[in-house]
Design a protein around this ligand. Structure first.
Ligand SMILES: [Zn+2]
Length: 251
């Protein structure tokens, strides 16, 4: 056995099972970004060996694309000038307007139609883009899967591999991979400073006699709350969220 062969075999022992499909075949040649790189994430990264390439470059890449194409996220990326993975400044394209930040920092708004799409208010410019895609139940589910992926990966960073590979997350894995039907909710709102930063807070909660982890994810001031295991909003939580101005997406 050569040294190279020995080292490869050792790596194979250390890598996997994959966080999402639990297989060990791999290959495991890439790190996995918890938040997409195109959101400027350089902090929340799972090392090589945690997520297999077929999951990373397949289903998870599709969920990242869904998140990046979600209207509020697309608008924030364009106005803040958060560069794509390839280093380009993104453009937000809506049916009635296009927005991008130029290299010199100026944000340009192009509105080809005759309808008014922006107005100046005391607190800034209000733009009213027409949605690119309908927020259908299926689309909400794909967005929820993108957020569940983020949640499970954050738990990996905090609690380690053995915890997140536990059977209590097996159904969630199947949901993220799009293998099983599911119902759930997302709470969404704008809140906090608009800045080129992603982050999250989370805490364990008990209800129904079961435990779940409740997440509050912040993408450049666009906030999304969800839980990993119940996928169900308790009535008092719903009331409190609505009172605070959160929108409830249910699917
Ligand atoms: Zn996998």
């Amino acid at each position: 056995m050569t040294m190279v062969g020995g080292s490869t075999q050792l790596e194979a022992l250390l890598w996997g099972p994959c966080l999402f499909c639990k297989t060990t075949e791999g290959p495991f040649s890439a790190a996995e970004h918890v938040f997409p790189e195109s959101l400027g994430n350089k902090v929340y990264i799972l090392p090589k060996g945690v997520v297999c390439d077929p999951c990373n470059h397949g289903v998870l890449a599709g969920l990242d694309a869904e998140l990046l194409g979600f209207d509020p996220v697309m608008m924030l990326r364009a106005t803040l000038g958060i560069r794509t993975k390839a280093g380009k400044l993104p453009e937000a394209k809506f049916p009635n307007l296009r927005v991008r930040r130029r290299e010199d920092g100026v944000v340009t708004i192009h509105a080809p139609g005759r309808h008014k799409v922006a107005r100046l208010r005391p607190d800034g410019l209000e733009m009213t883009p027409r949605g690119t895609k309908k927020l259908t139940v299926d689309r909400c589910r794909r967005l929820a899967r993108a957020f569940y992926k983020i949640g499970l990966e954050l738990l990996y960073l905090q609690r380690g591999q053995a915890f997140v590979l536990g059977a209590q997350f097996d159904e969630l894995r199947e949901i993220v991979r799009g293998r099983v039907p599911f119902h759930g909710y997302l709470l969404v709102a704008f809140g906090g400073d608009i800045r080129s930063q992603v982050g999250a807070r989370w805490e364990e909660m008990t209800g129904h006699g079961h435990v779940t982890t409740f997440f509050d994810v912040d993408i450049c001031s666009f906030r999304v709350m969800f839980d990993l295991e119940w996928h169900h909003l308790l009535p008092p939580m719903r009331e409190e969220a609505e009172r605070q101005g959160w929108s409830v997406l249910e699917f």
